[in-house]
Design a protein around this ligand. Sequence first.
Ligand code: SF4
Length: 277
Amino acid sequence: MTGSLTETGASMPRQGRELGQKIRREMGRAIAAFDQIQNDDRILVAVSGGKDSLCLLHFLSELKRRAPVRFDLIAVNVDQGQPGFPARTLPTLFREWGVQFHIETQDTYSIVLEKTPEGKAYCSLCSRLRRGILTSVARRLDCNKLALGHHREDLVHTFLLNALYSGKLGTMPPIYEVAEGGLSVIRPLCSVPESWLAEYARMAGWPIIPCNLCGSQAGLRRAKVRELLNTLEKNDPEIRNSLFAALGNVHRNELLDRSLWSQNVPRRGPGAEQDLV
Ligand code: SF4
């Protein structure tokens, strides 16, 4: 036998198993580095049906089976009322995977269409509404963690969007507490390259549900940033890795925000500016 069985029963080729190993390792590193999962956690896994959230659920389910830490998972899909949304696909998959699940039906689709100004991205309002719903579902289902499937490119793109269009330095954090307390948001795939997830989902043969809403919008800022990186990457293949590394390597004294400086006026050795490439 050359392949192993995926949770859909399809045979996974050797490259897929190796890729799975890389994703598992990278996710494990992030979980450990940011203390994302502890004993007795009850984790709501947000599953839209895209490649990222399916990978998140798959690898967390696998971790639950083999990790010494005991935690519970519940997959939650918010059916946002998008026309043509295949409502049976995810419940069928969740049952096949033996995962506890809940489907929350709330029509945010009409609100997003109505409230988004012409030419603006649907994603910003859509994801805010969905996050609000997920937060209240998490509380209702007694979950203390909410796991989201954002990956390395999501963090890098958000960082660039913030810097280029909002004049701030910051991205999606790997873990944070929701203001009212008692609930933390975690991003276990935060350092996994998107291409790995896309390839793994393709090899596993999972039914991927595309978003028909934002897919219809062209020329948006996020798409421009993606294009910019693709162009830069042609000459500098390490550019994404470098940008991602920068997010975890902040030189507080070399920024213009005085509140970050370790002293009233930072001290540096002679010739230190030469390091500022
Ligand atoms: S990808 Fe689609 S479902 Fe997701 S936030 Fe954007 S518009 Fe909403």
